[in-house]
Ligand binder design. Structure first.
Ligand SMILES: *[C@@H]1O[C@H](CO)[C@@H](O)[C@H](O)[C@H]1NC(C)=O
Ligand SMILES: *[C@@H]1O[C@H](CO)[C@@H](O)[C@H](O)[C@H]1NC(C)=O
Ligand SMILES: *[C@@H]1O[C@H](CO)[C@@H](O)[C@H](O)[C@H]1NC(C)=O
Ligand SMILES: *[C@@H]1O[C@H](CO)[C@@H](O)[C@H](O)[C@H]1NC(C)=O
Ligand SMILES: *[C@@H]1O[C@H](CO)[C@@H](O)[C@H](O)[C@H]1NC(C)=O
Ligand SMILES: *[C@@H]1O[C@H](CO)[C@@H](O)[C@H](O)[C@H]1NC(C)=O
Length: 372
């Protein structure tokens, strides 16, 4: 952890190098760190009334996430409406409050578990144990229609969504600053208020705790789908042949939310609001190595029709091959169509990372507090 601090944050010298010397390595050894947010536990007197209005004192105390950006990355056009969110937690729920600036609020889907993203929506993706499998997805539109589902693995890995997965004690509400589906009146925004039960969120995540412990970290991402509409005789209709916009908290650099390895991090805290620092996992370099090997193997397979254990054949940064990274990468190929990659940290206090061709990620020491 301290090595990691040394390298990534030039904080105070004291904090810096209590343990050993500064380890330096090429920047290409690590992927950019995703967005992060500290979620503060509600105080004893604090409550959140799920009515769609983010007017509870418990919300006023905590900061917003960064504004959402286009899913294709920061170089892409800035979204035309602002979106940001806040989070809190108690022993039962993860609370999410989201603000969606909007001049034209409309919604058509009315049935629970219908395809909500056919409307403008707000979406939450959660992978409590950070292994990229068995993650949860939640969508809601401006008339409180919800869709909750669980995916055994990402679609790209042959995953199947389970729509029967439910969060029976979930609470949700929407507030709209104006009418819904009335083009004659311009709205200002809609807001989403959610209470998602931990007991359901940790389904199939045996190493994640419900409720979380202080300092636990989960992978999470938010996204907003926004269609282009026009006024047709007093109602909104989609403009034909114009694709929807996708705005996210932390950019995916691809139009695909189903890349859990790129989601943001939330860190649960029982400290007083604003009293915790987000701590980057010391496993991030190893995690980065795993993801780079995985992506390179998939690319190699697409061209050659098989996986390779020969790192020279892979499109990976040169430093991974030349031993300049703070870890040793290796790939084992089984029967041409399966591979497993192992990334061993040079710092032997850290666990060894593994990734499989189905994207499953795990660390040899899975009882650790931080899963990744
Ligand atoms: C915490 O930090 C945020 C962002 O700077 C600020 O808006 C908020 O008022 C702070 N809360 C407290 C309780 O200090
Ligand atoms: C889908 O989820 C439900 C509820 O958790 C569960 O009972 C069912 O077995 C799951 N179906 C599959 C195919 O996993
Ligand atoms: C919104 O949906 C929730 C279920 O998530 C339900 O409990 C609540 O009553 C709904 N609110 C309104 C205003 O329909
Ligand atoms: C909503 O549904 C109505 C009725 O099917 C349809 O005419 C309209 O185009 C839909 N609105 C949008 C924005 O898709
Ligand atoms: C969500 O994805 C973006 C893209 O990775 C990623 O950078 C961001 O870290 C992920 N988080 C979320 C929320 O979007
Ligand atoms: C690995 O691949 C490189 C480039 O194709 C090749 O030159 C080298 O001989 C291969 N090494 C082994 C052990 O097969």
């Amino acid at each position: 952890m301290e090595l990691f601090y040394c390298h990534f944050f030039l904080l105070s010298v004291l904090e810096l190098c209590q343990f050993g010397s500064i380890l330096s390595y090429p920047a290409e050894c690590v992927l950019p760190f995703p967005r992060s947010y500290v979620v503060y536990h509600l105080g004893e007197q604090e409550t959140i009334d799920i009515d769609g209005k983010l007017d509870d004192k418990a919300w006023a105390l905590v900061s917003w996430t960064e504004d959402f950006i286009d899913i294709q990355g920061t170089d892409w056009k800035k979204p035309r409406f602002r979106t940001h969110a806040k989070m809190r937690w108690d022993d039962k729920y993860l609370y999410i409050g989201a603000f969606l600036q909007e001049t034209d609020v409309w919604a058509n889907q009315t049935k629970h578990d219908s395809v909500v993203y056919l409307d403008n929506d707000f979406e939450v993706f959660m992978d409590p144990d950070g292994d990229t499998h068995w993650y949860k997805e939640f969508e809601i539109n401006a008339i409180n229609t919800t869709w909750d589902l669980e995916l055994n693995k990402p679609y790209l890995n042959g995953g199947t969504p389970n729509n029967s997965w439910e969060m029976p004690s979930m609470k949700s509400a929407i507030y709209v600053s104006g009418p819904v589906d009335d083009p004659s009146v311009k709205d200002k925004f809609w807001s989403v208020e959610l209470a998602l039960p931990f007991s359901d969120l940790v389904d199939h995540s045996p190493t994640a705790s419900a409720p979380p412990r202080n300092k636990d970290q989960w992978r999470i991402n938010f996204s907003r789908v926004e269609w282009h509409v026009r006024d047709v005789r007093g109602h909104y209709e989609k403009i034909p042949n114009v694709p929807e916009d996708n705005w996210v908290w932390s950019s995916q650099d691809a139009i695909n939310m189903h890349l859990p390895e790129r989601w943001g991090f939330i860190q649960f805290s029982t400290d007083a609001v604003n009293k915790s620092e987000f701590v980057r996992t010391p496993n991030w370099p190893v995690y980065s190595g795993l993801v780079m090997l995985y992506d390179a193997e998939k690319k190699f397979m697409a061209v050659n029709g098989y996986f390779t254990a020969n790192l020279t054949q892979l499109e990976i940064p040169a430093s991974l091959r030349t031993g300049q990274c703070p870890y040793e990468p290796a790939v084992q190929v089984e029967k041409t169509y399966n591979f497993g990659a192992t990334v061993k940290p040079l710092d032997q206090r850290l666990p060894v990372g593994h990734i499989r061709d189905d994207r499953l990620i795990w660390f040899s020491d899975t009882k650790r507090h931080l899963e990744i």
